[in-house]
Write a protein that binds this ligand. Structure first.
Ligand SMILES: Cc1ncc(COP(=O)(O)O)c(C=O)c1O
Length: 386
């Protein structure tokens, strides 16, 4: 098998070599960041300098608005549950507005909150996966506790109109949260300009390590700790910080700071090349990612051929793609995102997600196309017989 072609960057990204060396260097800073001796303090300095770098990259007004967590899943849980606690403290009925195409870390938390008596509105989307603004303006009231809409979808790459969505929340005096895991890096973002209240981020989608995320929060006074214990993260997220993860996260962000413009252009060029090539295949192709989508994502299907069959056949040739959300791979359930966009179960089960990044070249795309051109006619015959 020739070398692996990795086209699953939305599931996770490889560590960038500069991140790897930063982590290696950080290994000697093993002190507990809460310890007052010099080893503890040097770990604490690493954390605070990372907080500053990341805050600056997203346009936060102060590093104090950033809290390190174990993942974006945790950040999303934290915001949703805090909004409910805050509403209950104010003796109001909690009401959350979200979309029907969110990542499972939002959807399943909302499902659980509903079981506990919280009212949740799941906004519908159009065929491109864009939020239905009419449904949104009908659903929101001045007593809504929180609006939580993802900035970009992990499966289709669809980008939401963040400013417009956030403005409507502001107009009603409602806090606005965005899961920006797939968006940050791939699209320039300034949380202060948009006026976001909270935002979730994850290092492993940005060439950083797994198991480290953060929550941006413009005013933390309404946050309720998910984890209680020590006074870490200003007593809002207990647990000794993952210093090496934070060092890696910061190093990845510093890399993005220097390379973002170039990288976005690179990803967009790859997308152009991929679309041109994919359309030249003899098997009919359907592209589900709309024009307004991430520069690194393309969700497609080929003649109703099973996405899992394509994914497994490509894997045998050393090419890694996904059939949709990586978190739901292994289950045969069609993606909720695609069903919400109006696809039938069969169409949804045919989807293949291609996502790329820094190390992807036109030649990797050409190898993908070459493999597809050989295997699709074969799989098409098998799928028609089935
Ligand atoms: C849109 C989105 N939100 C949240 C997450 C969860 O991130 P983490 O792996 O840091 O929990 C993912 C991961 O795939 C994602 O794509």
């Amino acid at each position: 098998m020739s070398s692996t072609i990795y086209l699953d960057y939305n599931a996770t990204t490889p560590l960038h070599p500069t991140v790897e060396s930063a982590i290696k260097k950080g290994l000697s800073h093993f002190g507990n960041p809460s310890s007052l001796h010099h080893l503890g303090q040097s770990a604490q300095e690493d954390i605070e300098s990372a907080r500053e770098s990341i805050a600056q990259f997203i346009g936060a007004k102060s590093p104090e608005h950033l809290f390190f967590t174990g993942s974006a899943t945790e950040s999303n849980n934290w915001v949703l549950k805090s909004a409910v606690s805050q509403a209950l403290l104010e003796e109001k009925s909690p009401h959350i507005i979200t979309s029907s195409i969110e990542h499972t870390s939002i959807i399943s938390t909302c499902n659980q909150l509903e079981k506990e008596g919280v009212q949740v509105t799941y906004l519908p989307v159009d065929e491109n996966g864009r939020i239905n603004m009419e449904a949104y303006s009908k659903a929101i009231t001045t007593s809504t506790s929180l609006v939580s809409i993802m900035a970009a979808n992990n499966e289709t790459g669809t980008i939401q109109p963040l400013s417009q969505l956030s403005d409507l929340a502001k107009f009603n005096g409602v806090r606005f949260h965005s899961d920006a895991v797939q968006y940050v890096g791939k699209v320039p973002l300034n949380v202060s300009d948009i006026g976001l209240d909270t935002l979730s981020l994850s290092a492993h989608k940005l060439y950083g390590p797994k198991g480290i995320g953060c929550l941006y929060c413009a005013d933390e006074t309404w946050l309720t700790p998910l984890l209680r214990g020590g006074s870490h993260e200003r007593s809002l997220r207990a647990g000794t910080q993952n210093t090496l993860g934070i060092i890696g996260f910061s190093s990845a962000i510093n890399w993005w700071k220097q390379n973002q413009e170039k990288e976005i252009a690179h990803m967009a060029k790859i997308k152009e090349h991929l679309i041109k090539k994919i359309k030249s295949l003899s098997t009919p192709v359907q592209i589900y990612s709309p024009k307004e989508s991430l520069p690194n994502t393309l969700l497609v299907s080929f003649d109703n051929i099973s996405g899992s069959a394509i994914m497994m056949s490509l894997d045998l040739e050393g090419i890694c793609v996904s059939t949709g959300s990586a978190c739901s791979t292994g289950s045969v359930e069609p993606s909720h995102v695609l069903l919400e966009m109006g696809l039938s179960t069969k169409e949804a089960l045919s989807a293949v997600r291609l996502s790329w990044g820094h190390a992807t070249t036109n030649s990797s795309i050409d190898q993908l196309i070459n493999s597809l051109s050989q295997l699709l006619p074969r799989l098409s015959i098998t799928s028609k017989k089935a």
